[in-house]
Design a protein around this ligand. Structure first.
Ligand code: SF4
Length: 80
């Protein structure tokens, strides 16, 4: 916890990479692994995982990548 304030709807526009994650809803089996690995980005939406962060926060990029790598059905795509 750094005390930073996250403004909903505002994304980092300056400096740094903008990384996005996409879950293929047709492929996802709802195993919840990504939600456990990177709760900053993924959340369960009914039976499958969804992405709750439009742009992956810088501090969550590493766990987000890890979640994509560990997804057993490779349903997560990282765009950057
Ligand atoms: S790890 Fe993959 S299959 Fe499991 S909930 Fe996340 S996106 Fe779906």
């Amino acid at each position: 916890m750094s005390g930073e304030v996250d403004l909903p709807g505002k994304t980092r526009e300056k400096g740094g990479a903008k990384m996005k994650a996409v879950v293929d809803q047709d492929t996802c089996t709802g195993c919840e692994l990504c939600v456990e690995t990177c709760p900053e980005v993924f959340e369960m939406q009914n039976d499958t995982a969804g992405v709750k962060a439009d742009v992956v926060p810088a501090e969550a990029e590493e766990t987000c990548r890890q979640a994509a790598e560990e997804c057993p059905v490779e349903a997560i795509t990282i765009e950057e």
